[in-house]
Design a protein around this ligand. Structure first.
Ligand code: FAD
Length: 283
């Protein structure tokens, strides 16, 4: 398989501690040897990680590596959002992942802000900055947990594409059929942007269950049972994780996925184990 034309990317979160920063630097250095299209850096909704996101983006950019800051709009004003965008334009950053974000529960309706949905953020970026940015948006093969139904979720996804999104990254999932059905449904609606699967390596069972419950990603029963049975045996969890996620990636690439986006959780090892097992031809 020649993966030369595909888009492979790695997602990081902005570390807060000296130790976390050192680990992020090491992770970027190791993963960059695989020549990804870009690294993306998450942004806490309501601006909660603002300065740490800037610091992480600045460092990656200074290394001469392509970086895509995430930007969420919920809980922010148009002016605040515009200021952040200006900062990125002045820095020479050309990629963004544009999101609504989730406010912490109990934040209250007053904290929702001036842009309620990601399509409004994409429109604002295009209105103010034309085609300066390559914009990625989020997509949900297993449906966003707050969407009224699958079809409406695709209607709303289409609004982001019509507003000017160039590509999408999906929420993670462990069932390749969910991705195939989603891509087919999008294609029937005339959505023709690349939809890159988001890949979550499996390293820790309880964290995976917690994340998945929060974001609406399904862990298939057979996988949950097998991981659960390993208890505290981290090595066996990781080994099964690499096997299962590598197979998933291979299935996705075989069905024509335009690339892969890895949720690295700032650890190079689990992503590299999958990457190397895939033996992608990137020459
Ligand atoms: P939207 O596309 O706005 O959709 C949100 C919900 O509203 C959906 O249920 C949708 O069906 C519905 N909807 C959308 N548009 C409309 C409309 N016009 N009218 C009525 N209903 C509508 N969160 C962060 O806080 N920081 C991050 O860095 C971050 N990175 C992410 C990266 C990826 C690849 C993914 C998949 C998710 C990420 N998230 C992040 C999580 C994301 O913010 C949440 O999933 C959030 O709940 C939805 O964001 P969205 O951009 O998909 O929202």
């Amino acid at each position: 398989m020649n993966a030369k034309r595909m888009t492979f990317s790695f997602e990081l979160f902005p570390p807060k501690t000296e130790q976390g920063i050192a680990r992020m630097h090491e992770t970027v250095t190791l993963l960059n040897e695989r020549h990804p299209a870009y690294f993306s850096v998450t942004y806490g909704a309501g601006g909660s990680t603002r300065n740490n996101t800037f610091a992480t983006v600045d460092w990656i950019h200074e290394q001469g590596i392509e970086v895509a800051p995430h930007l969420s709009c919920v809980g922010s004003t148009r002016e605040e959002t515009g200021e952040i965008l200006h900062r990125y334009v002045n820095q020479g950053i050309h990629r963004l992942v544009a999101l609504r974000g989730d406010l912490p529960s109990g934040a209250g309706a007053g904290a929702i802000g001036e842009l309620q949905y990601a399509n409004e953020l994409v429109s604002l970026i295009r209105e103010r900055f034309g085609n300066h940015f390559h914009i990625e948006v989020a997509a949900y093969p297993e449906m966003h947990p707050q969407a009224p139904n699958f079809e409406r979720d695709i209607d709303y996804f289409k609004l982001k594409v019509e507003a000017g999104a160039n590509a999408a990254i999906t929420q993670y999932f462990y069932n390749a059929d969910a991705y195939a059905a989603f891509v087919e449904a999008c294609s029937k609606r005339g959505i023709d942007i690349p939809i890159v699967p988001g890949i979550m390596p499996i390293t820790n069972f309880s964290n995976l269950v917690r994340f998945s419950d929060a974001c609406g990603a399904e862990i298939p029963r057979w996988l949950r049972k097998r991981l659960e049975a390993y208890g505290d045996d981290i090595d066996s969890i990781r080994k099964l994780g690499v096997e299962v996620v590598t197979r998933l990636c291979q299935q996705l690439l075989d069905m024509g996925a335009p690339g892969l986006h890895f949720y690295t959780m700032n650890q190079a090892g689990p992503t590299l184990a999958i990457w190397d097992a895939l033996a992608l031809d990137r020459k």
